[in-house]
Design a protein around this ligand. Structure first.
Ligand code: MG
Length: 383
């Protein structure tokens, strides 16, 4: 028996144990599709299609403005059960419909007989080419959804998280005129935290406009927009006095000394976002920032996001769980780990008008995981 055969026998044995061990539900459809010995009867099939999200409002941050976001929707089918995934690709991050479909075309899952082999499958996907984090995340999310559906359990339960500890999600207000900022703030009355995009010369006007309407806590994101560290620190001190809880990525990610200088002097946490993409970035960030922003589209999905979360905790870093403009698919995936983070910024699906899924939804200021299995979608798109 070679290593591969040994692993397959082990996995098959584990599945068989679940089927016969009083947890038949965990095998999905009462074990249908599994041979009596627990050996999978059919292969996994990955399909994908480009889709374009339409934003409710023009979205402006320090470095760009846009009204649509390209995504790719993936499906992994196994024995009649489908898991759903998504790649969201804001243009400034370098991925696109073209790059994601090119990458996904190289993914061949036919050699893997058992979707429960998440580690082996996702390591294979990651090794196919460098980069492509969102495209890789779309496979990771679909596979987690599939396996959760096979177990008939949501991942937050499998991982042992307590959903009631999910932090409230912040609602993002992009850079805009005082009239629009005032209007958006009024529309955001259902949220307990507002996230304000800063990094242009209207920073103080943005905050004053919001404070003229509401006193809810604010978090701020400069998106690398500040260029002078003393000015940045002065702004942070001013922001703290106006109830701002933390600031994301004050200066360019390739200026670690300036960002570290600010962190050392700031009375509120300074989080790395653009500077922190994947697991190896977390250790580097610990000497520069007081926290990190984890996003599934940067981390290549849930598998590595959880590794980043664990390492961040070991390094005493705060953790924000963020998102791109995404459908309820990727957002629902993120809610599976949201109970374990300090702050959540999972408003991505609330900013679009053509969400093809129904999943985790806003309730009392929190986007919380549902009881549905897998990543928690409660309605999937009609084919
Ligand atoms: Mg950010």
């Amino acid at each position: 028996m070679d290593r591969r055969q040994f692993l397959e026998a082990g996995v098959a044995g584990a599945v068989g144990t679940m089927v016969t061990g009083g947890a038949a539900r965990a095998a999905g459809r009462g074990g249908e599709g599994l041979h009596p010995a627990g050996v999978a009867a059919s292969n996994m099939k990955l399909t994908f299609r480009p889709y374009t999200l339409e934003l409710r409002h023009v979205f402006t941050i320090a470095t760009s403005s846009r009204t649509t976001t390209p995504v790719v929707l993936t499906e992994i089918e196994y024995d009649g059960i489908v898991g759903y995934g998504e790649a969201s690709m804001p243009p400034y991050l370098g991925e696109s419909h073209e790059t994601a479909t090119a990458f996904l075309s190289t993914v061949d899952l036919s050699g893997f007989r058992d979707p429960f082999g998440l580690e082996e499958i996702l390591a294979y996907v990651d090794g196919l080419a460098p980069g492509n984090p969102a495209a890789k995340a779309s496979v990771d999310i679909a596979l987690h959804d599939l396996v959760g559906r096979l177990m008939r359990q949501p991942w937050w339960r499998v991982w042992g998280y307590d959903r009631s500890t999910t932090p409230p999600t912040s609602f993002t207000i992009g850079i805009d005129t005082p009239e629009v900022v005032r209007q958006k703030t009024l529309e955001a009355s259902g949220y307990k935290v507002l996230k304000v995009k800063l990094g242009r010369d209207t920073d103080r006007q943005m905050i004053e406009t919001i404070r003229s309407v509401t006193q809810v806590p604010i978090v701020a994101d400069a998106n690398q927009g500040w260029t002078d560290r003393q000015q940045a620190l002065d702004t942070i001190l001013w922001l703290k006095d106006r109830g701002v809880a933390f600031v994301e990525q004050p200066m360019a990610k390739d200026r670690p000394d300036d960002n570290a200088w600010i962190t050392a002097r700031s009375p509120i946490p300074i989080l790395g976002d653009e500077a922190v993409q994947r697991l190896p970035d977390v250790r580097r960030a610990s000497s520069i920032y007081s926290g990190i922003n984890i996003k599934l589209m940067k981390s290549t999905g849930l598998r590595e996001a959880r590794e980043m979360l664990t390492l961040a905790r070991a390094l005493d870093l705060k953790v924000l769980l963020g998102c791109m403009t995404e459908t309820s698919c990727a957002i629902s995936a993120a809610t599976q780990i949201a109970p374990a983070v300090d702050w959540a910024d999972l408003d991505g699906a609330l900013l679009i008008r053509n969400d093809p899924f129904v999943g985790a939804a806003l309730s009392d200021g929190v986007v919380r995981a549902t009881d549905a299995p897998g990543i928690g979608l409660t309605k999937t798109p009609t084919p």
